[in-house]
Design a protein around this ligand. Structure first.
Ligand code: ADP
Length: 616
C-alpha cells in the first residue's frame, strides 16, 4: 500500500513538475521574444541619438522607457569598446552616482558577436530571481556604436502561477504522505488491533475455548463484526454446554447400560490395562471391591492367563497398516471355579478408531452360559429319558400284543384280559408323556389363558378320585381338607386340575406305604382375599440343594431317575401354570419326613375389584 501511494504521489508530482517546467519554458520563450522585441525597439530608437552623442537624450528616452514598464529590470548602454556609458537604474555607488559617469565595462556573453546584427538573449539566475538578458548591437548607418543590454523580469503572472503550481504540487505531495502516515497510524490503532484480537479469538474458538469474547468499543462494520463474533461465540458456548449435557446424559445411560447388562463387560487399552469392568464381570471373576488399574493378566486366574495372553497380545498388536480393517474376534468357552462354578463364553473384540485404521483397545465380553450348558445337558438327558420312557411302554405294548396275537388262543381269558390291561396302561403312560411335553411347550409360549371363578372343591375331588386306587394300592392315606365356605378362586379349571394331579402324583410316587398325602385349601386371611392350596406328603423329602432345581425342565433328582418313572417335567408344568395365575409355587421339605408344596390363588371376588388379573 505504501509502495502504491509512493508511486501515485511520485507520478502526480512528476506530472505537476513536468507541467510547471513546460509552463516555465513557455514563459521563458515569451520573455525571450518580448525582451528581444523590446531590445530591438529601444536600440533602433537610441542608435541615432547615440550617433549624435546626445547622451542626455538617450538617457531621457531610456528612463522614460524604463519607467513605462515594470518588466525591465535594467538598461545598460556600452560603447564599441564595451565601456558602459549609461545604466538604468542608477547605481548608489560613487562611480555610478551619475549615469553619465559610469566607467565599467559590460560583461558580454562568450558567444556574443559584435558584428552580428542579431540580438542575443539569455537567461540567468540572480539572487532576486531569473532575469532575461537581451544584448542588442547599436548600429547606425552600418557603423557599430556599441551594445544595449536590457534585463527583463520574467512575466509575473506566469511566475506566480508556476510558483503556485509548484507549491501546490509540494503541498499535494506532502499531504498525500501525511495522509498516508495518518492512515497507517489510524489503521494500526483502529483496524489492526481489533483484527489481531479477532484473530486470537478465532484461534481460541478453533481450539475449543468457546468462552472467548472480544471487548472493544468499535462502531461501524468492524464493530458489527465484533458483535457477530461475540454472538457466534455465545451460540457455540451454549451448543457446547448442550452437547456436554447430552454427552453426560449419554455417558450416564451407557454406564447404566453397561452396569446393568447381564453379560460381563471389560474394556482394555492396547497395553491390556483395564479401563472399565462392569459389576457382572467383577462378580464373575471375583473382582468385587478390587482396584483394577493394571494389566488384566494380573487379575485373571492362572489357567485363564495362560489361555488368553497370546490372543490378547495378538489383537492389541494387530496390523494397523491396512487402510480399513475389520475388528478381530476371538471366542473361548471356559469353566470358572472361583468364586462359583460357572461356564462362561469369553469374546474378545478389537476396538478400532473412527477411521477404522488404528486399534484403540479390546472389548472383552463375558457371557454366563452355565444355564445354557445345563439346559443343553438337561435336554440331552431329557431326550435320553424320553427315549427310555417311550421305549419301555412301547416295548411292553408291542410284546403283550405280539403274545396275544401269536399265543392268544393258548391263554386263558383272564390272562388275555391282564395282557390287554397292561398294554392299555402302557399306552396311557405313553400318552401322558407326550401330553406333558406338549403341555409344557404350550405353557412356555405366550398363550393367554382366560381365568374364571373356580370352586377348588371340584379339581381337588377329581384328583382324589383319580388317585384313589393308586393310593389304596400303595397303602397310602389320601385325603382332603377344604375349609368350609371357601370362596371360589380366579383360575383355569383344567390347569389347576393338572397342578393338583402332578403334585399328588409326585407325593404318592415319593411316599412309602403307610404314609399320608393331604390336599388342603383354606382362606389365608379374610383381608388378603387369598386362598392357599397345599399338597403335603410324608415321603422321602427333597435335599435343600435340589429345591430350586426340581422346578427346572427335565430335572430329576439323579438317584431317582432310574428307580421311579417320570419325565422331570411335572413340577416345571406346575410352576408355569401357577405363574399364569400370577402366583408362585413354594415348597418346604425335610428329607425322610415329608414335603409340602403350596401356592396362593386370588379369590374371584378380589379379582372383580381388580379386573387386571381377570385375563392372563
Ligand atoms: P418327575 O416326572 O420326575 O416326577 P417332576 O418335575 O414332577 O418330574 O419332579 C422332579 C423331581 O422332583 C423328581 O424327580 C423328584 O426327585 C422330586 N420330587 C418331586 N416331588 C417330590 C416329592 N413330593 N417328594 C420328593 N421328591 C419330589
Amino acid at each position: 500500500m505504501a509502495a502504491a501511494t509512493l508511486f501515485i504521489s511520485l507520478l502526480i508530482s512528476g506530472l505537476t513538475f513536468w507541467a510547471v517546467n513546460t509552463i516555465g519554458q513557455d514563459a521563458r520563450m515569451n520573455d525571450t521574444r518580448f525582451g528581444r522585441d523590446l531590445g530591438l525597439l529601444l536600440a533602433a530608437n537610441s542608435a541615432p541619438t547615440i550617433a549624435e552623442h546626445n547622451l542626455s537624450e538617450v538617457a531621457r528616452n531610456a528612463l522614460r522607457f524604463y519607467d513605462s514598464t515594470s518588466s525591465v529590470r535594467y538598461i545598460l548602454y556600452a560603447d564599441e569598446k564595451g565601456q558602459i556609458f549609461l545604466g538604468i537604474p542608477f547605481s548608489e555607488e560613487a562611480q555610478v552616482d551619475n549615469s553619465l559617469t559610469i566607467s565599467r565595462r559590460i560583461q558580454l556573453p562568450d558567444n556574443y558577436d559584435i558584428y552580428s546584427q542579431l540580438p542575443l538573449v539569455r537567461q540567468h539566475l540572480t539572487p532576486s530571481g531569473e532575469v532575461t538578458d537581451v544584448f542588442v548591437p547599436l548600429t547606425h548607418k552600418g557603423k557599430y556604436l556599441g551594445v544595449l543590454a536590457i534585463g527583463i523580469n520574467p512575466n509575473p503572472t506566469t511566475l506566480t502561477s508556476s510558483i503556485l503550481t509548484r507549491e501546490i504540487t509540494i503541498a499535494v505531495f506532502v499531504s498525500i504522505w501525511a495522509m498516508m502516515i495518518l492512515g497507517a497510524v489510524f489503521n494500526a490503532l483502529n483496524i489492526t488491533k481489533p483484527i489481531k484480537e479477532l484473530l486470537v479469538g478465532v484461534k481460541n474458538i478453533a481450539a475449543g475455548n468457546f468462552k472467548q469474547r472480544i471487548d472493544l468499543p468499535f462502531g461501524g462494520e468492524l464493530g458489527e463484526l465484533i458483535v457477530n463474533f461475540n454472538e457466534m461465540a455465545e451460540r457455540l458456548e451454549s451448543y457446547d454446554e448442550q452437547n456436554i449435557e447430552e454427552l453426560t446424559a449419554q455417558k450416564a445411560k451407557l454406564q447404566t447400560l453397561v452396569a446393568t447388562i447381564a453379560d460381563g463387560a471389560v474394556l482394555l487399552d492396547t497395553d491390556l490395562k483395564v479401563i472399565l469392568a462392569n459389576p457382572t464381570a467383577r462378580r464373575m471373576f471375583g473382582w468385587e471391591g478390587e482396584e483394577l488399574d493394571n494389566n488384566i493378566l494380573q487379575y485373571l486366574p492362572d489357567f485363564l492367563t495362560v489361555q488368553l495372553t497370546a490372543p490378547l497380545n495378538e489383537i492389541a498388536a494387530a496390523d494397523s497398516q491396512e487402510k480399513e480393517q475389520t475388528e478381530q474376534h476371538k471366542e473361548f468357552r471356559i469353566t470358572l471355579s472361583h468364586p462359583t462354578q460357572r461356564t462362561v463364553r469369553i469374546l474378545l473384540t478389537q476396538v478400532l478408531d473412527q477411521q477404522r485404521t488404528d486399534v484403540k483397545g479390546i472389548a472383552m465380553t463375558v457371557q454366563d452360559i452355565t444355564r445354557e450348558v445345563e439346559l443343553n445337558e438337561a435336554k440331552s438327558k431329557f431326550i435320553s429319558n424320553v427315549s427310555h420312557e417311550l421305549r419301555t411302554p412301547l416295548f411292553n405294548i408291542k410284546s403283550f400284543i405280539e403274545t396275544l396275537l401269536e399265543y392268544g388262543e393258548d391263554l386263558t381269558e383272564k390272562e388275555q384280559r391282564e395282557f390287554l390291561e397292561t398294554a392299555n396302561n402302557e399306552t396311557d403312560r405313553l400318552t401322558r408323556l407326550v401330553n406333558e411335553v406338549l403341555d409344557l411347550s404350550r405353557l412356555e409360549s405366550s398363550k393367554i389363558y382366560h381365568l374364571n371363578p373356580v370352586d377348588l372343591a371340584g379339581p381337588i375331588e377329581q384328583t382324589i378320585r383319580t388317585y384313589y386306587l393308586n393310593a389304596k394300592d400303595k397303602k397310602i392315606e389320601l385325603s382332603q381338607e377344604i375349609e368350609l365356605d371357601l370362596p371360589p378362586v380366579l383360575g383355569h379349571y383344567d390347569l389347576l386340575l393338572q397342578v393338583l394331579t402332578n403334585l399328588v402324583g409326585n407325593a404318592l410316587k415319593f411316599t412309602k406305604s403307610g404314609g399320608k398325602v393331604v390336599i388342603r385349601a383354606y382362606l389365608l386371611h379374610p383381608q388378603t382375599n387369598q386362598v392357599r392350596v397345599e399338597v403335603s406328603d410324608t415321603g422321602i423329602g427333597i435335599e435343600p440343594e435340589d429345591t430350586e432345581a426340581i422346578f427346572h425342565r427335565f430335572f430329576r433328582v439323579e438317584n431317582l431317575v432310574h428307580t421311579l418313572e417320570g419325565t422331570g417335567l411335572g413340577l416345571s408344568i406346575v410352576k408355569h401354570i401357577i405363574e399364569k395365575h400370577n402366583s408362585t409355587v413354594h415348597l418346604i421339605s425335610e428329607v425322610g419326613v415329608g414335603t409340602t408344596f403350596w401356592f396362593d390363588l386370588a379369590t374371584a371376588d378380589d379379582c372383580v375389584s381388580n379386573p387386571v388379573l381377570g385375563v392372563r
